[in-house]
Design a protein. Structure first.
Length: 200
């Protein structure tokens, strides 16, 4: 049986302000759906790491780590929420433990296949509900929804969690990903309606 971590920073059964519930989970993404060979998939942890190097996690390493399940809605910044999803995967905190950042590197850029990226804080990765997800509702992710692995940060808007995750890089200064460079909020907490840069 997979373990279940405790509830995260915000209760996941509460719909954040400004959101409407939809039962249809439509795929939304930047660019075309990549055709990734799951056996060759890699996730690189790099940047300002404590040892100055980089760590590459492959599928075999990922499958050897503890598998957990997290019940959490998906909150899209365009004001719709998909409720009652059951994500399965590896805690991002466990991945960070494999290659921790050096002191003071509190900013993270999450990169995906085909150039998409998002900027988050290290504390968002370390939240107990934050996952590198490989499954949803007991089944492997579909390609449209991020197979073979996607970042899931339930307390943030969905644009903060890239599908087709490829790289986690640590930084000392704030970063700007795809939507942050286009005026979206640098933090993106759904409970606080952090949608736009001017709110920061």
């Amino acid at each position: 049986m997979p373990s279940q971590p405790p509830a995260g920073p915000e209760r996941q059964d509460v719909v954040p302000p400004g959101q409407r519930v939809t039962e249809r989970w439509l795929a939304s993404h930047y660019g075309k759906v990549p055709q990734i060979d799951g056996e060759r998939w890699r996730l690189t942890l790099c940047g300002a790491t404590a040892d100055g190097g980089l760590t590459v996690v492959d599928r075999q390493m990922l499958e050897a780590m503890e598998f957990v399940e997290v019940p959490a809605a998906l909150h899209c910044v365009d004001r719709h929420t998909v409720p009652a999803l059951r994500w399965g995967g590896v805690r991002l905190a466990d991945l960070v433990a494999l290659a921790p950042p050096e002191p003071g590197a509190h900013h993270v850029l999450l990169a995906a296949t085909r150039g998409y990226s998002s900027a988050v804080l290290l504390e968002d990765l370390l939240a107990p509900d934050s996952l590198l997800a490989t499954h949803v509702d007991g089944e492997p992710l579909t390609r449209e929804h991020g197979w073979p692995a996607r970042i899931v940060l339930p307390h943030l808007y969905g644009f903060k969690g890239p599908k087709w995750a490829a790289e986690i890089s640590y930084h000392h200064a704030p970063q700007r990903g795809y939507w942050e460079a286009r005026g979206y909020h640098p933090r993106g907490r759904a409970a606080l309606e952090e949608r736009w840069e001017h709110q920061a």
